[in-house]
Unconditional design. Structure first.
Length: 570
């Protein structure tokens, strides 16, 4: 299908479609404008005034001075699909009928901020009257009010058919224009209770069915996992019949039916693993935005450290006359692509700070950027050169944000752990170089292995450069559910950071305070209260929280409580 061009609708005669396809984002949906002999149909007018202006101009040029009636068909009531419907309803030069499933009709009538997700956009939704509520229990509903006439005196009817099967697909309706033009309506709840698909000729308009599992979309008010899976099965069965040629989504470009079937099968399988998803509401949006803003500083720091270490190893290898190994180090991470993505992320953060984009837009664009960062962050070549804690930090930084955006916490990380044994692991990692002293000698006769081991040794700072840390074991305590590997990596990074605040020694002890287990980190001296230190500690607090601990900065030490810190009386 060609974008923004009139073209015949396959499977129908004398019917034409004008797809208004947008660059996919959350601001506004695609629109699909139809010319029927009996009148015009617009599926999803969208949410942008410019889009409405463009569609008005297309209609005016196509009609050539003869004003036709217009049906506004909504796939669901989310604001990015329907906000501009009001601008069409306010027209006085043509009869306009608003068509939406009855749950959506109620949401529009009351300007329900949650059901329309206007609360996530931070905008006001004004009430709208629906002329034709779909999927009511009436067997036949005539749609020609006395004050509206279609072309050539034709009539429109809403025809309802019921099958003996149960479920949302048991009721099928068709909007019949004139004698022969039929628009089939297929109920597809899941993304929202009022989601429907429209079949016109050999085209199927599927709203947000393909994006209903996306992070920051799954879990919106009215989202339902079981309904979504059943709706996907309904559409898959319809497409497998073979009469549909193209599927037209609310966001993105139209897809051939066979590709849509493959995609829906994958999405259906993914939907089966979203049982524990967190509700997508303004509170979760604000939390995601806060994390995204915090993430940019940490991401720039981590990836700069990785790039700097790679360049340092490459420089040292060149000095040792190993140019090929040096080049492999430079190519272990696509630094130009990473830098460009980080700059885009920074630009998004600045745009939000300047009030140029909505929070929901920022969160979605930040997620897209983080997903691209993850794809360009290959672990295998880096693991052969750099410390695991640094690589893990970069990987987890990205995965944590994606997980929070998805509303899913990875509980598989948490295992029963002895805190004293955990600190023994940190102690060993702090004082031991990851590579054996004889490794270079053992590989000297194999040039490839020798240069690889040489790169490893250069890439890992020797323990002698680290400040002294004294580890003190407390009394034996019960096992605790802890993300052990995450905790160890974060603790190593905390100990590596403390010297930058002026600390020249650190004592770490395990113990209990009241009924809570605690790991106390006592640097000498304690970090000050500069804004940059406060911001860094906030980042560490978030990362320790994901491992199962609460970080509390006290006067003389940093304390990590397992669970919540015990509250004192008074």
């Amino acid at each position: 299908m060609k974008n923004r061009e009139w073209q015949p609708v396959p499977g129908l005669s004398d019917v034409f479609v004008y797809p208004y396809l947008r660059c996919p984002n959350v601001l506004s949906s695609n629109s699909y404008l139809f010319e029927f002999p009996e009148g015009n149909v617009l599926i999803d007018p969208g949410a942008l005034p410019q889009q409405t202006s463009d569609l008005h101009a297309v209609l005016a040029e196509r009609e050539g001075g003869r004003t036709q009636s217009l049906f506004l068909l909504l796939t669901h009531c989310h604001i990015d699909h329907c906000r501009e419907a009001a601008m069409f309803l306010n027209q006085t030069d043509r009869p306009v009928w608003l068509v939406i499933q009855e749950h959506g009709a109620k949401a529009l009538a009351t300007a329900d901020a949650r059901q329309t997700v206007a609360d996530l956009y931070g905008v006001e939704m004004r009430p709208m009257h629906t002329h034709i509520p779909l999927l009511t229990q009436d067997d036949v509903r005539t749609l020609t009010p006395r004050n509206i006439e279609l072309a050539n005196g034709a009539e429109a009817h809403l025809r309802t058919e019921k099958s003996p099967d149960s479920g949302p697909a048991s009721v099928r309706q068709s909007l019949v224009l004139g004698e022969n033009t039929r628009i089939e309506i297929i109920p597809c709840p899941g993304h929202t209770p009022d989601s429907v698909c429209y079949r016109i000729g050999n085209l199927l308009f599927i709203g947000d069915l393909l994006s209903a599992n996306r992070p920051l979309v799954a879990g919106v008010h009215g989202w339902d996992q079981q309904d979504l899976k059943q709706s996907m099965d309904t559409v898959i069965s319809l497409l497998e019949e073979g009469s549909i040629l193209w599927c037209c989504p609310g966001h993105g470009t139209p897809l051939p039916a066979e590709k849509t079937v493959d995609l829906l099968r994958r999405l259906r399988d993914k939907a089966a693993h979203t049982d524990e998803i967190e509700a997508m509401n303004p509170q979760r949006l604000f939390r995601t935005v806060d994390l995204a803003l915090e993430l940019i500083d940490e991401a720039e720091e981590v990836f700069s450290a990785i790039a700097g270490r790679l360049l340092y190893v490459a420089y040292r290898l060149e000095a040792l006359d190993e140019p090929e190994a040096a080049q492999r180090c430079r190519e272990a991470m696509d630094m130009d692509t990473i830098d460009a993505l980080l700059q885009k992320y920074r630009d998004l953060s600045n745009a939000l700070a300047d009030g140029n984009i909505l929070q929901v837009m920022f969160a979605n664009e930040a997620l897209i950027t983080v997903e691209k960062l993850r794809k360009n962050f290959a672990l295998e070549p880096l693991a052969a050169i750099l410390p695991a804690s640094l690589i893990n930090r970069g990987q987890r930084l990205l995965l944590d944000f994606i997980g929070i955006a998805q509303g899913i916490r990875n509980l598989e990380e948490f295992v029963p752990t002895d805190i004293n044994a955990l600190m023994d692991d940190v102690n060993t990692a702090w004082h031991t170089h990851p590579h054996q002293e004889m490794a270079l000698v053992e590989t000297v006769e194999d040039q490839a292995m020798f240069t690889m081991e040489l790169a490893r040794r250069i890439g890992h700072p020797p323990p002698a450069r680290r400040i002294p840390v004294l580890f003190k074991r407390g009394e034996a305590t019960p096992l605790a559910q802890i993300a052990a590997i995450r905790f160890c990596d974060t603790m190593i990074q905390l100990l590596e950071w403390l010297p930058l605040t002026g600390a020249h020694a650190v004592t770490v002890r395990t113990g209990t305070e009241g009924t809570k287990q605690v790991v106390e980190v006592r640097p000498d001296p304690m970090p000050g209260e500069a804004p940059r230190i406060h911001a860094k500690l906030k980042g560490f607090a978030r990362r320790f929280a994901l491992a199962g601990f609460e970080l509390c900065a006290e006067k003389e030490s940093l304390k990590l409580f397992f669970g919540e810190k015990e509250k004192t009386a008074g």
